[in-house]
Design a protein around this ligand. Structure first.
Ligand SMILES: [Fe+2]
Length: 275
């Protein structure tokens, strides 16, 4: 306290003993760590820029890295929920259920739920790149690419059977790395058959769109045996390399028992913001 000339007592802030803690404001609030799903969304938004986008290798690596590290919990799933514990009755072919996590013109995120023995039959992804991450379960995946992606002369009628090269024909069990298919490679035509209850997270860029010429076609495959008499062996076989395998694919109507059920996605939500 100090007495001034007019006798007013003035309280001065002398600052003694006062520590101005926090005088420097924190430059930014502690950033809340983005969830895996949110990071996947942001990466997809950066990578898929519309029609004709085929991700560059660096972008494929980025998306695969996020997906490879995703766990069922990241989309609200757990192997302890009844779906993944139930032993379904063995009557008929069980239905596949799909939940859309997010969808826009450029890409979509979907989860497919397959009870044991459920099948997503051979189907294509025209002009699309698809990342598939098996989150839970074991499934058999068979996939093909067209030997001649462009097709024969458009003036001639399409052949009923088209030759395709087998890309994958094996069982995948979660946790496993992400599979990627491209418009003309990587196994663009594929089929899933669940061995145990499965959940698969798919990133489709761009999504199916009938109006944009990206409708889904279904196929039936039959073996192609170039050297059925066993006499001719290819150089690859002779060199001990894995021989390429082929199949004839015939387009068919959508199999009646392959219609999916749709369910609401109830897992963590994506925040659709540009910041
Ligand atoms: Fe597919």
């Amino acid at each position: 306290m100090v007495a001034t000339e007019n006798g007013v007592v003035e309280r001065r802030r002398e600052g003694v003993g006062r520590v101005r803690r926090g005088i420097e404001k924190k430059k930014c609030k502690k950033m809340k760590k983005r969830s895996s799903l949110q990071r996947l969304f942001v990466a997809c938004r950066d990578v898929f820029k519309g029609l004709g986008t085929v991700p560059q290798p660096i972008d494929v690596t980025k998306l695969c890295h996020i997906l490879d590290n995703m766990r069922p919990e990241d989309v609200g799933l757990s192997k302890d929920i009844p779906f993944f514990k139930a032993k379904r009755a063995a009557q008929g072919i069980p239905k596949v259920t799909c939940a859309t996590v997010y969808k826009c013109e450029e890409f979509s995120l979907c989860i497919f739920f397959l009870p044991p023995r459920a099948v997503i039959p051979l189907h294509n992804h025209p002009g699309m790149t698809v990342f598939s991450k098996l989150l839970l379960g074991s499934m058999h995946i068979k996939s093909y690419d067209w030997v001649d992606p462009v097709g024969s002369d458009s003036s001639s009628p399409p052949s009923k059977l088209r030759l395709a090269r087998l890309k994958a024909d094996s069982v995948f069990t979660a946790p496993c790395n992400t599979s990627v298919l491209y418009p003309t490679s990587g196994g663009n035509i594929h089929a899933f058959t669940a061995i145990t209850p499965c959940a698969v997270l798919d990133v489709l860029g761009p999504p199916y769109s009938k109006k944009d010429g990206r409708d889904c076609s279904y196929y039936k495959d039959s073996p192609y045996t170039p050297f059925s008499n066993g006499e001719a062996r290819t150089r690859k076989e002779e060199d001990g390399e894995e021989e390429e395998r082929y199949g004839w694919l015939e387009e068919v109507e959508m199999p009646e028992d392959s219609k999916m059920d749709w369910t609401e996605y109830l897992g963590p939500q994506i925040i659709d913001t540009s910041c």
